[in-house]
Ligand binder design. Structure first.
Ligand SMILES: NC(=O)c1ccc[n+]([C@@H]2O[C@H](COP(=O)([O-])OP(=O)(O)OC[C@H]3O[C@@H](n4cnc5c(N)ncnc54)[C@H](O)[C@@H]3O)[C@@H](O)[C@H]2O)c1
Length: 400
């Protein structure tokens, strides 16, 4: 028989307040927090009567949905049958047609301005359903219940919502969207227990990224802590996951509140710093034949895998520009390997082609390439118009 001592204690819940200029809200992080959401929902959403529930079809554990439904009922929220939408997330279906499906369900269930959209799922679903919430009746409130590591530490905080746009055969990521902060975020690390390994590890790339810039945002130790705890993180120890998610959310929240709409001109402080690794990453992420291993069936890269490779490119770029000393890329490479993330990309096109794609990234204004580069432990800054040959050599650093 199991004695009381064999049952690991439930880790304490953590609450991070996001004080964005447009709305303040809590991010609740813990193990099992979805069971206790009734009171936080009542507090965060006065006047709400009905909810639309958008669920990720990748969540096969019915109990996760039942737990949330129970909390909504206890909070006094009705979820009409025709306001329940289950969607299988993909970048191809992250589009206006899918947002419209959610909008139709909301309208059919006669949701009013005071009502709410609840999202249980990963970043793709959060982005689409958050966008539907931003658009319906010019904006109704929404609650994010993220169920992937990436959506817990990144996508669900900060209010960016949106969908992709297919223009002349090319998929433009997040081209249509709105800034619309949620009213509450509930990150229950118990939901991560069913997440496929590759998806879980991809989320870790964003945590490693946060560690590389957290020095300027109140957690200079985050990078070191993450490296030291990769074993417990990989085995999905609940207490370590709560700590990981809470610290990453706190860093993201501090970045976001200072620059909600990514307009800051301060090269050392704005939300644009979160693009570390992303300008390189975006350029290779949508290439259908690029794979994280020699096995081509693993192509394309997951977003987080592309970010991991992008972090390596950014670090190599900084070394070549003498912004940091040599050896940083080697250390980062070791961390990524320990996290089970790729350090080489297979099937890359020529570096000049990748450079061209980077120039057209929506974050590079007026054809001038803008990169976020590490300049010290936990510190990054923005560098405009880096020399083309340096950027190409940095890309070569991840070529298999
Ligand atoms: N809004 C933002 O600020 C922001 C930030 C970063 C990324 N994003 C967006 O997030 C998206 C990526 O999100 P993601 O990495 O969460 O991927 P995702 O939403 O595609 O989910 C990955 C996979 O995991 C499955 N899944 C989700 N939860 C599960 C669970 N608990 N158990 C089992 N399977 C589960 C999904 O069905 C899917 O197959 C991208 O579209 C990206 O643009 C947005």
């Amino acid at each position: 028989m199991e004695s009381q001592h064999d049952i690991p204690p439930t880790p304490a819940e953590r609450i991070i307040e996001v004080r964005a200029p447009s709305r303040s809200y809590d991010v609740i992080v813990g193990a099992g927090v979805h069971s206790n959401l009734a009171e936080p929902i009542r507090r965060a959403l006065p006047g709400a009567r009905k909810a639309a529930l958008v669920v990720d079809a990748g969540i096969t554990a019915e109990s996760m949905i039942d737990v949330l439904m129970g909390a909504l009922a206890s909070a006094g929220l009705e979820v009409p049958e025709n306001a329940r939408v289950s969607l299988r997330p993909s970048e191809a279906d992250k589009n206006l047609a899918t947002a419209q499906r959610i909008l139709h369900a909301m309208a059919a269930a006669k949701l009013e301005r005071n009502d709410v959209v609840i999202v249980l799922g990963g970043g793709v679903l959060g982005d689409i359903a958050g966008f539907a919430a931003a658009s319906y009746r010019r904006g109704i409130r929404w609650i994010s219940c993220p169920t992937t590591l990436l959506s817990m530490v990144d996508a669900s905080v900060g209010g960016k919502t949106g969908v992709n746009l297919l223009v002349e055969g090319a998929l433009h990521k997040n081209m249509v969207g709105a800034f619309h902060q949620p009213s509450l975020v509930a990150a229950d690390v118990n939901t991560l227990s069913t997440l496929p390994d590759r998806v879980f590890r991809a989320g870790l790339a964003e945590c490693i990224k946060h560690g590389m810039l957290a020095g300027a945002f109140g957690d200079a130790e985050l990078g070191r802590w993450t490296k030291a705890n990769l074993g417990a993180i990989g085995s999905r120890d609940p207490a370590t996951l709560v700590e990981l998610v809470a610290r990453n959310v706190a860093v993201k929240a501090r970045v976001v509140v200072g620059d909600e709409r990514e307009e800051s001109a301060d090269a050392a402080a704005g939300r644009a710093l979160l693009n570390l690794g992303h300008t390189f990453g975006h350029a290779i992420e949508t290439l259908p034949k690029v794979s994280p291993t020699a096995d081509p069936t693993l192509a394309p890269l997951q977003h987080g895998e592309a970010v991991a490779l992008g972090l390596l490119c950014a670090t190599r770029c900084a070394e070549l520009m003498k912004l940091i000393g040599d050896g940083h890329r080697e250390l980062l490479s070791l961390t990524l390997k320990n996290a089970g993330l790729p350090t080489r990309a297979y099937g890359l096109p020529p570096s000049a082609e990748i450079y061209e794609r980077m120039l057209h990234d929506k974050k590079s204004a007026g054809g001038v390439l803008r990169l976020v580069l590490p300049v010290g432990e936990g510190v990054c800054r923005i560098v405009d118009a880096p020399a083309k040959d340096i950027v190409m050599r940095a890309i070569d650093a991840i070529r298999a």
